[in-house]
Design a protein around this ligand. Structure first.
Ligand code: PCA
Length: 329
C-alpha cells in the first residue's frame, strides 16, 4: 500500500469502528449542587436520578451530588448553574423568586392545601417557569415539594399578638414578611444552622416542615408544633442549557424521561417523609396541634394580600398560573 493511502485506510477503519461503538459518545461527568442535606429525601432523589442515568446511558452520563451547600450557598446555586459550574443545581423556588418573580407562587400562604393541590400548581407553573428560566440559560428538569409548612414555637401561640417581640427564624422573603407582619423580629438562618440558632436562643419560633423539624431535632428546644400546612414550597432541579445542548441526543432524551420519573418518586418520598416526621415529632414529646383559629384568620388574610402583591409584581404571567389553577379546582 502506498504511504499516502494509509491515513485514508485508517480513516475508513475508524469510521467502521464508530458504527460498532456503543450507543453514546464519550462519558460526561456532571456535578450537581444542592444547598440541602445529603441525608434528606431531596438529595436521595438526585442520587437516584444520577444512578438511573448512568445505567440508561451505559455510563455515558453520570453525576456526582455535592450537598450541604458545599459547592455554593443555596441562594447562589441557580446563578452558578447559569455559568455551567456546576452543570446541575437544586434550589428552593421561593428563594429564586428574587431573580425570577414567576417562581414566587410557591409561597403564597394557603394557596395549596395538600399534595394534589401542589402538584396541580406545579403543572400550571411549569411552562411559565420554564420560559423564564430558559431566557437565563437554565432548563428546569423537575421539582419536588417540601411537606406543608408548620409553625414551631417555644411558647404556646393562640393569635398573631403572641408573636410580638419574638425572634422568628426566616428562610426566604415570604417568611421574613410574615415575621414582620406578626411584629416578630425576623432572623435569617440557613437550614443547616437552625439547631445552633435554637441552642443559642437566637430564635424562639420558626415556620418550616415537619421534616426539617425532625432533622434539626426541634423538640430539644421547642414543644409546640402547629400543623398550619400553609404552603408546600418546591425545590427545583435545573440544568445549564448549553451543557444540555452539548449532550448526545440519546443521553438528553434519557435525562428528560428519567427526570419525569425522579419527580414522581420525589413527590411520593415527600408524602412519606411528611407522615413519618409528624409521627416522630409527637413521639419525641412535641405537642402537634392544628392551627389556632385566630392565627389562621390572620394568615389567610396575609395569603390573600401576598397573592395580590404577587400578581402586581409579576403581571400577566401570574394570571397564566392563577387562572388555570383556580379554574381546575
Ligand atoms: N425546609 C427548608 C425549606 C422548607 C422546608 O421545609 C428550610 O427550613 O429551610
Amino acid at each position: 500500500m502506498h504511504r499516502r493511502h494509509v491515513p485514508v485506510a485508517l480513516a475508513a477503519t475508524l469510521a467502521g469502528l464508530s458504527v460498532a461503538r456503543p450507543l453514546f459518545a464519550a462519558p460526561t461527568q456532571w456535578t450537581v449542587a444542592t444547598g440541602y442535606r445529603s441525608d434528606g429525601f431531596h438529595a436521595a432523589t438526585l442520587r437516584w436520578l444520577g444512578q438511573a442515568l448512568s445505567e440508561a446511558t451505559q455510563g455515558a452520563l453520570s453525576w456526582q451530588v455535592v450537598a450541604d451547600g458545599k459547592l455554593a450557598p443555596l441562594a447562589k446555586i441557580p446563578e452558578a448553574v447559569t455559568t455551567g459550574q456546576p452543570e446541575v443545581g437544586e434550589c428552593i423556588m421561593t428563594t429564586m423568586a428574587g431573580a425570577w418573580p414567576v417562581c414566587g407562587a410557591d409561597a403564597i400562604p394557603f394557596m395549596t392545601r395538600h399534595g394534589a393541590d401542589a402538584l396541580r400548581l406545579w403543572k400550571v407553573q411549569r411552562p411559565v417557569v420554564d420560559r423564564a428560566l430558559r431566557a437565563s440559560g437554565l432548563v428546569p428538569l423537575y421539582a419536588v415539594p417540601w411537606p406543608g409548612q408548620g409553625l414551631y414555637s417555644v411558647e404556646p401561640v393562640r393569635s398573631a399578638a403572641d408573636f410580638r417581640g419574638r425572634r422568628m427564624r426566616t428562610y426566604n422573603p415570604t417568611t421574613r414578611r410574615i415575621a414582620e407582619m406578626l411584629e416578630a423580629t425576623p432572623v435569617e438562618v440557613a437550614m443547616a444552622d437552625v439547631g445552633k440558632a435554637l441552642e443559642t436562643g437566637r430564635i424562639d419560633s420558626m415556620i418550616t416542615s415537619s421534616v426539617t423539624g425532625v432533622e434539626q431535632q426541634a423538640w430539644r428546644w421547642m414543644h409546640h408544633f402547629y400543623d398550619l400546612n400553609a404552603w408546600m414550597p418546591k425545590n427545583l432541579v435545573m440544568v445549564n442549557a448549553a451543557a444540555l445542548e452539548r449532550l448526545d441526543p440519546k443521553a438528553r432524551t434519557a435525562l428528560t424521561e428519567l427526570s419525569a420519573q425522579a419527580e414522581q418518586r420525589g413527590w411520593a418520598a415527600a408524602e412519606q417523609a411528611a407522615l413519618q416526621s409528624r409521627e416522630t415529632l409527637a413521639k419525641e414529646g412535641m405537642q402537634v396541634e392544628s392551627t389556632p383559629p385566630y392565627l389562621r384568620g390572620t394568615l389567610v388574610r396575609m395569603g390573600e394580600r401576598f397573592a395580590r402583591e404577587w400578581v402586581r409584581e409579576v403581571g400577566p404571567q401570574a394570571n397564566q398560573i392563577f387562572i388555570p389553577y383556580f379554574s381546575q379546582q
